[in-house]
Design a protein around this ligand. Structure first.
Ligand SMILES: *Cc1c(COP(=O)(O)O)cnc(C)c1O
Length: 390
């Protein structure tokens, strides 16, 4: 028998030589402003737990109560015997929360995206996406069997041209609502207009907008005031601002029924644990009853942007909790993030292929558990790091 190890090792070595090797740090605490990483206490600036719900006492209590009643595993897929009353209640509440007729739970956002794209289009159809869409959307495009085209980030004239010169049977236009590595918003009103002119369906993945954007935290659709007719396919994840795990698709009755009947990543996988759904139900109510969290988050975002520009820190313009600082060089971004960790700040370093070559960056994420002083100290240390790590 030939072992695959030799060949695999070559690719691993190459990745290491290119400064692209990834290593996991070990978290020894719950998510929050204060975290324990690899034995060191630090301030966490790298989770997507924007509202501080992942370790919220009310979510924990709901999780425990539901486990007592329903156990820890769902036991089967939704269509077999895993669809509990808690899942059903959460789906109804998600529909109401998003202002859509119906919502459907998926086990992860990755699966929601791959399964939804695949369920809506087939060979002979066309799917068009922003080049910087989340990997799960891009993979959905590749797996769809349809023709798959990408346009440069936010280049809507090119998108318009692609849609006018191609003639798919069915056309699906797909975008991130908030781009996950850049923090900028898709120009949804213009996308709606383009989709409309070319008879294309529009699918928006609002993983980073729910709980954060809009006057009531209803996400990018609320931010731009977009109806279900304008954005017929809306995706949300539960593992970010909602603090738990899983995902959902919201839309019309026919759309949701199509996913239940034909969505392979919906049908052929085990349902989320009911306790996760129970905790998520509480998160939905806290978006309203603890709206101070969203307000505080936006205050911290504004403070970070203003401070960064004072210090001359090359932060991208962003009104979201995703605050990327462009570094460019893959090795340098690692040196800076190690420097920051050493000073007690845990900041994610993002390199290719997650972002385009030459655009390695720190991906700083803010959350409602941070204090102003956390932001100020991070900015101060970051300014020093940028001077010292050449
Ligand atoms: C995180 C993310 C996903 C994947 O969601 P999971 O539930 O973590 O699988 C999908 N789309 C976007 C834009 C994301 O940021």
């Amino acid at each position: 028998m030939v072992s695959p190890d030799c060949e695999l090792q070559l690719a691993l070595d190459a990745r290491r030589e290119n400064n692209l090797y990834r290593q996991r740090k070990i978290l020894q605490s719950a998510q929050g402003a204060q975290v324990q990483v690899d034995g060191q206490a630090c301030i966490g600036f790298s989770s997507n737990d924007y509202l501080g719900f992942a370790n919220h006492p009310a979510l924990i209590a709901a999780f425990k109560d539901a486990s007592d009643e329903y156990g820890v595993g769902s036991g089967a897929s939704h269509l077999v015997s895993g669809h509990s009353a808690i899942h059903q209640a959460l789906e109804e509440e998600l529909a109401e929360f998003t202002g859509r007729p119906r919502a459907l739970l998926f086990s992860t956002g990755y699966m929601a995206n791959v399964g939804t794209i695949r369920a809506f289009i087939d060979s002979g159809d066309l799917v068009v996406q922003d080049q910087l869409n989340h990997a799960s959307l891009l993979d959905g495009g590749f797996l769809s069997r349809a023709e798959f085209l990408r346009y440069p980030h936010q280049d809507l004239p090119t998108l318009d041209q692609i849609l006018s010169t191609t003639d798919g049977k069915r056309k699906l236009l797909v975008t991130d609502g908030v781009f996950s590595m850049d923090g900028d918003l898709a120009d949804v009103p213009t996308l709606v207009d383009i989709a409309d002119r070319h008879d294309s369906w529009l699918m928006v993945d609002d993983a980073h907008g729910f709980g954060v954007l809009g006057a009531n935290g209803r996400g990018i659709a609320e931010h731009f005031d977009m109806s279900v007719e304008q954005v017929p396919v809306l995706i949300g994840t539960l593992g970010k601002a909602f603090g738990t795990f899983g995902a959902f698709v919201a839309g019309s009755e026919a759309l949701i029924e199509t996913l239940i009947q034909f969505g392979r990543t919906y049908i052929y996988t085990t349902a989320l644990p009911p306790a996760v759904a129970a905790a998520t139900r509480v998160a939905l109510t806290l978006v309203d009853s603890e709206s101070w969290r969203r307000q505080k988050l936006h205050h911290l975002i504004a403070r970070f942007q203003a401070g960064a520009s004072q210090f001359g820190i090359p932060v991208l313009e962003s009104i979201t909790p995703i605050q990327p600082v462009l570094i460019g060089d893959d090795e340098k971004v690692m040196r800076i993030s190690e420097y920051l960790l050493d000073k007690g700040f845990w900041v994610g370093a993002i390199r290719p292929p997650t972002v385009p070559r030459g655009s390695a960056r720190l991906r700083i994420t803010l959350n409602a558990e941070h204090d102003e002083s956390d932001i100020d100290r991070l900015l101060d240390t970051l300014a020093t790091a940028l001077r010292e790590c050449r």
